[in-house]
Design a protein around this ligand. Structure first.
Ligand code: GRF
Length: 204
């Protein structure tokens, strides 16, 4: 084993977090190589971003697989073929089964646009606004078998303004996402994260 950090990034849509991670790898902030970008949708803008950066990319179209297990097997096969050591979910809008999580146990990260454990799920900003909290933010966590429930690596708080709608809040949170995800991946790739049960200790 070479000890090289090999990233496989999974996206479903526009890929702005992918972009910030690609830039952080390019600048040397993250000591890793991005081996492959995979999407579950053929029209994901993330594919164009990967192509522009000359990074191998492919769509594993969920619609072409009979069931979740077949789809996840195809994903795992691509990740293995590329020698991926760390799976990064960057706006990947599917819940991975325990089968997938087991394959990459402790080596899958996700970003969620709220301060977990509050407002997990697919409509974080809508739920934040409906509830009336004054602070939201973003969370980077390791993925376990539950939804948005794995050990938390880093969080940034973002104020909720009185006149916010989903778009304005999402935009303010996204600015922080683009800083936080590269930072968490950097720490992981530098061996500075130690997971102890639910707690992720950051080693200095
Ligand atoms: C981000 O807000 C991320 O937190 C959430 O989905 C969005 C993806 O945006 N999981 P992008 O595709 O990275 O632009």
């Amino acid at each position: 084993m070479s000890g090289e950090n090999v990233l496989g990034i999974l996206c479903s849509g526009r890929g702005t977090n992918l972009q910030s991670i690609m830039e952080a790898v390019k600048s040397g902030q993250i000591p890793a190589r991005i081996a492959v970008v995979l999407t579950d949708k053929p029209d994901a803008k993330a594919l164009e971003r990967a192509a522009e950066a000359n990074i191998p990319h492919a769509c594993i179209d969920r619609k072409k697989y009979d069931d979740k297990e077949a789809f996840e097997k195809a994903l795992i096969s691509e990740l293995r073929n590329h020698g991926v050591t760390l799976v990064i979910l960057a706006g990947f809008m599917r819940i991975l089964s325990p089968y997938f999580v087991h394959e990459y146990k402790g080596r899958i990260m996700n970003i969620h646009p709220s301060l977990l454990p509050s407002f997990g799920g697919a409509h974080a900003h809508r739920d934040v606004l409906a509830y009336g909290v004054k602070v939201s933010g973003c969370t980077i966590h390791f993925v376990d078998e539950g939804m948005d429930s794995g050990p938390i690596i880093l969080q940034t708080a973002v104020p909720v303004m009185q006149d916010d709608d989903e778009d304005t809040l999402a935009a303010r949170v996204l600015v922080e996402e683009h800083k936080l995800y590269p930072k968490a991946i950097e720490l992981c790739c530098k061996g500075k994260l130690k997971v102890e049960g639910r707690h992720v200790r950051i080693l200095e």
